[in-house]
Design a protein around this ligand. Structure first.
Ligand SMILES: C[S@@+](CC[C@H](N)C(=O)[O-])C[C@H]1O[C@@H](n2cnc3c(N)ncnc32)[C@H](O)[C@@H]1O
Length: 166
């Protein structure tokens, strides 16, 4: 096979993957990939008062930006990501975090102290509220970027950051 053919096949596979990866999160109703700006991640972790011994989750952790910032403050950092390539990048970037490939709705979060989420307003965040209220202990802090979560107890809001407590 010529180098030209190999390059064309590689380009085809990469483009196909990039297109498919847009749709993978949609199968579960989740958001596609947009990273939270670093400055806002730090603001969010400050606002939610993330402590060393907390158990922290980023549900839909993308390429791991939130996990990396959280590891600077906390020893127990966990992420879940449905897209295989983003999951792999997260694993490689946030080596001290526990990063799982899968659907956040099938993941046990009952030991969470702090949860970060950047998904969509409405259906997914409503489903998410039910999961949190069913599974977590009272006093769990939840922070949602951009999209508010209905049916949860809002305790603080700063710009696009919404903080809730169960
Ligand atoms: C808007 S991005 C946020 C990425 C990261 N949390 C951040 O704030 O920088 C949403 C991420 O959630 C992932 N996602 C969407 N639905 C999901 C699901 N059901 N389970 C796990 N991850 C999901 C997407 O693949 C995407 O990487």
């Amino acid at each position: 096979m010529s180098i030209l053919n190999l390059s064309l096949i590689s380009a085809f596979l990469i483009i196909t993957y990039l297109i498919v990866s847009i749709f993978i999160p949609m199968l579960s109703g989740g958001a596609g990939y947009t990273p939270t700006p670093r400055k806002l991640i730090d603001e969010a972790l400050e606002l939610v008062n993330l402590r060393k011994d907390d158990i922290f989750y980023d549900l839909g952790c993308g390429t791991g930006d939130v996990l990396i910032r959280a590891l600077k403050r906390c020893d127990n950092v966990r992420g879940v990501e449905i897209d295989p390539l983003r999951w792999l990048i997260s694993r490689l970037r946030a080596r001290e975090a526990l990063v799982t490939l899968g659907d956040l709705f099938r993941y046990d979060i009952s030991d969470a102290d702090v949860i970060f989420i950047f998904q969509y307003r409405g259906k997914i965040n409503d489903r998410f509220a039910d999961k949190i209220l069913d599974e977590t202990d009272p006093g769990t802090r939840v922070i949602s970027y951009i999209h508010p979560i209905n049916n949860m107890n809002l305790i603080n809001k700063q710009g696009d950051l919404y903080v809730y407590e169960t």
